[in-house]
Ligand binder design. Structure first.
Ligand code: KG4
Ligand code: ZN
Length: 364
């Protein structure tokens, strides 16, 4: 009979310091026993973006407190953990190093196995944690730092079949909000304004829809928003209805690009004849109700089950790292004290590197 497995997970690849405990019981049921996330929004607010040095220092200061809190909240002693999983990349190198150093210290002190986890694998495996999806499933990972379609085949086997060649949609939401004076993070603020706007008033570009593949581009959209904003500005302000119409038009462009490219990604995935076809979405932008609704409807139309994990497990967190660590632990992965922090770590090393640089540094 399979035994109970408990993993401690650490995450520090961008601007959230996080620790969590995840357990699979003898019956195969997985529970998130604790999920501590300490954000850094206040530290970076004045700079209009994440400052890597500030992020790294904050991670180093907070990570052991997060671990302590995660263990206490889970009611688990460190000696009960079967292994320690940590994000070893991709991400801002100083932050990733803080987590890896802390995990190495814990592993060395306790003699527990150390497991280096790819942050993107953490996101990509979340629908298995929340909904028990079976492999292979299609994943759209869409956040402030990533935008890619992956076919997940095992905890260590992913095929990337497309992605952004420049900005991630979350970056575009954030930059749009900044341009028109809305607060950060921009996504929720733009979504709120868009609800009262006319999506047809401004015609924003839908780049790369003329190309057959699943790659996307969002940087031109940002330039178009800037141009429109400049036309609408009187002095330093914009009329409220102009802000709303601009947000609605911008969001509609993102929805159209993601929906059409998802349709194509589903076609590629369906070529494999999966027995239980599933599309899952993760990342902060997956919180957008218009995007969720559009993806849900294209999935229903094409006979594919749609899964969107709860927001707390879509955005950066350590439960996903602990869970990915659990699957990797069961698959036999063990890392040594030579585990390195990697700023760049594509999930699918066989596919061509993506261009551009996101909130987390060079795109994976
Ligand atoms: O996954 P996440 O927490 O961090 C990474 O980037 O990895 O995603 C954060 C991004 C931000 O760019 C934020 O503006 C965006 O997700 N976001 C949204 C919404 N909520 C968060 N974008 C659009 N609509 C939303 N409701
Ligand atoms: Zn992430």
């Amino acid at each position: 009979m399979p035994r109970q497995i408990t993993l401690l997970g650490l995450e520090s690849s961008c601007d959230d310091t996080a620790a969590a405990v995840v357990r699979r019981d003898e019956n195969g049921r997985v529970d998130v026993l604790s999920n501590i996330v300490v954000g850094q929004n206040d530290l970076h607010k004045a700079f209009g973006g994440v400052v890597p040095e500030i992020a790294a220092r904050a991670h180093a200061e907070k990570i052991d407190l997060c671990v302590e809190k995660a263990l206490t909240e889970a009611g688990v002693n460190l000696s009960e953990a079967d292994a320690i999983a940590v994000t070893a990349g991709p991400g801002l190198i100083g932050g990733v190093m803080s987590g890896v150093m802390c995990a190495k210290g814990l592993a060395a002190a306790t003699g527990k196995p150390l497991i280096g986890v790819n942050h993107l694998a953490g996101h990509a495996l979340t629908p298995r944690l929340t909904d028990g999806l079976s492999y292979p499933y299609l994943m759209l990972l869409v956040s402030g730092g990533h935008c890619q379609f992956l076919i997940a085949r095992s905890p260590s086997e992913f095929s990337r079949i497309g992605g952004t060649i420049d900005d991630a949609p979350g970056e575009a939401f954030d930059k749009t909000a900044r341009l028109i004076g809305l607060p950060q993070p921009g996504g929720p603020a733009v979504q709120t304004e868009a609800a009262f706007g006319d999506p047809k008033r401004f015609k924003f570009p839908r780049p790369m829809l003329d190309r057959a593949e699943c790659d996307m581009s969002f940087s031109g959209l940002k330039t178009a928003v800037l141009r429109t904003r400049n036309e609408l500005m009187t002095g330093n302000t914009m009329r409220q209805q102009d802000v709303r119409d601009l947000c609605a038009g911008f969001q509609a462009a993102i929805v159209d690009v993601l929906t059409e490219k998802t349709r194509r990604a589903i076609a590629v995935y369906m070529d494999e004849n999966p027995s239980e076809p599933s599309l899952a979405v993760a990342g902060g932008v997956a919180a957008n109700t218009a995007i969720r609704a559009a993806l849900e409807s294209v999935s229903a139309e094409l006979g594919v089950k749609f899964t969107a994990p709860p927001l707390a497990l879509c955005t950066d967190n350590a439960a996903m790292i602990a869970y990915a660590g659990l699957e990797l632990f069961e698959a036999g992965q063990r890392d040594g004290m030579d585990l390195t922090a990697r700023p760049r770590w594509p999930l699918d090393s066989a596919s061509a590197p993506m261009l551009g640089s996101g909130k987390k540094g060079a795109k994976a």
